[in-house]
Design a protein around this ligand. Structure first.
Ligand code: HAM
Length: 438
């Protein structure tokens, strides 16, 4: 019989996460929850579907994300909907809908969830990917940016990332932003005929977006362009200087990167990114910044805000590249009934093992194919990289149950590491397992 060819395949840029992968995602999200909640962040879950208009008004009509990368469709009533390409807009929409005046500030929210962007798939870049993010509302001072970055670094260091540096920049706001845009136009206009049609349109309509261009011509023209830092208004400059001082106080390594503009329109003042060498490409591990005008721009009351989002797929790929794993090492027991006759006995023994060691993995062989098959399955746990759990090496224990054991109410436990075999009466099983703990 030839191999079966799948008739249906996962959509390009999407993938299935099998247990050994999804356990890693769950483990990282567990650390996120622990660290973020210790800073007072509660989890928010917003819908994956939002109205298309929301992203046009927040992320920005001229950005690559909105212009080229959204999954947009009409629903059955002809409404234009979009699979969210990022989560900040959805959180802002939720906040306005709830009425920020009804919420205690500062308001700290975090999330983890799928995002969708129609990008060219490659390592670390997918069309469906997950982000872990956090947003802090209601604090205009740089103390908020600094605390947020402190939390981010704590999270990353809990995952084993050491010696990370944040690339930092500041965006002018208000009139200074318009003045900066005009300076950029003046700089680029003489070279406009060398640029592609998209970038030429950007020069007039939204010159800041030129910084997102991957076109080498545009990049060359921008090399000598005026920088945001030269054009900061007094308030943004004071914010930036204040933040740098706080980052030094709190021990966060940063480098100022004047070319960092970030591909979303809503940023004001602070913007930052962290890249990881493990990822090879220049793709960022995470990005974020301040967006003090967004809530007002979407029709809410003015409300200061700052946040970040981490590419969870990239984070996990970077960790795997370094051989790091956030999964908890688990003790594994295989309960092997000698035949179908011992199924009932096996189920109750397995239950006793779970009761004695709640964080153990206890798998009962349900094939009734006997010990040998069961032992083969058990050795798979230790060797197969696809096994979902991180097996604490010496902890694979095989519990044999044959007709004799059932009659005598005992179990035979064999350690796969030491090959030692022990007969344990059922009555003493709980205690015996407890003693193993030490
Ligand atoms: P962003 O820079 O567009 O910012 O995305 C944040 C992170 O999501 C990126 O640094 C990257 O790690 C990950 N990411 C983006 N696209 C992909 C992809 N196609 N495949 C895999 N990972 C990807 C935002 O989304 C903002 N909402 C961040 C923010 C929150 N700013 C303020 N609050």
């Amino acid at each position: 019989m030839g191999a079966v060819t799948a008739r249906f395949r996962a959509v390009k840029g999407t993938r299935d996460l099998w247990p050994h992968d999804s356990e890693r995602f769950a483990a990282v999200e567990r650390v996120a929850r622990e660290v973020f909640s210790s800073y007072g962040y509660g989890e928010i879950r917003t819908p994956i579907l939002e109205s298309t208009e929301l992203f046009a008004h927040s992320v920005g009509q001229m950005t690559d994300i909105v212009h080229k990368e959204m999954y947009t469709f009409l629903d059955r009533k002809g409404r234009s909907l979009t699979l969210r390409p990022e989560n900040t807009a959805g959180v802002a929409r939720a906040l306005i809908e709830r009425g920020p005046q009804n919420l205690t500030k500062p308001l700290r929210l975090w999330y983890a969830g799928e995002q969708f962007r129609y990008e060219r798939p490659q390592a670390g870049r997918y069309r469906e990917f997950r982000q872990i993010g956090a947003e802090l509302f209601g604090v205009a001072s740089p103390a908020a940016d600094a605390e947020l970055l402190r939390m981010l670094f704590e999270f990353l260091s809990r995952l084993g990332f050491a010696a990370l540096t944040v690339a930092l920049n500041a965006m002018p706001t208000g009139d200074a932003r318009e003045a900066f845009a005009e300076k950029l136009r003046e700089h680029v206009r003489p070279h406009a005929e060398k640029l592609g049609p998209d970038d030429r349109r950007r020069v007039e309509e939204n010159p800041l977006r030129l910084f997102d261009s991957r076109d080498p011509e545009t990049r060359k023209v921008l090399e000598k362009a005026p920088t945001t830092l030269e054009c900061l208004d007094d308030e943004s400059r004071a914010h930036h200087e204040g933040l740098k001082k706080l980052l030094e106080d709190t021990g966060i390594d940063y480098v100022e990167r004047p070319s960092l503009v970030r591909g979303l329109d809503y940023y004001t003042k602070t913007v930052f990114e962290v890249t990881s060498h493990a990822l090879g490409a220049q793709d960022a591990l995470l990005g974020g910044g301040r967006y003090d005008s967004l809530i007002f721009g979407l029709g809410g009351l003015p409300l200061a805000a700052v946040g970040f989002a981490i590419g969870e797929d990239r984070l996990i790929e970077a960790m795997s590249a370094d051989g790091r794993d956030q999964r908890k090492a688990r003790r594994v027991f295989f309960v092997l009934p000698g035949s179908t006759e011992e199924f009932g006995y096996a189920l109750s023994v397995a239950r006793m093992v779970r009761a004695a060691l709640p964080d153990a993995v206890v798998e009962t062989d349900l094939t009734g194919q006997g010990f040998l098959k069961g032992v083969m399955r058990a050795s798979y746990a230790e060797q197969d990289p696809d096994y979902p759990f991180d097996v604490a090496g010496k902890w694979v224990q095989i519990v044999f149950l044959g007709p004799e054991e059932r009659k005598r109410e005992t179990v035979e436990i064999k350690s796969s590491a030491t090959r030692e075999q022990t007969t344990v009466p059922l009555q003493k099983l709980g205690q015996w397992l407890q003693d193993l703990k030490q």
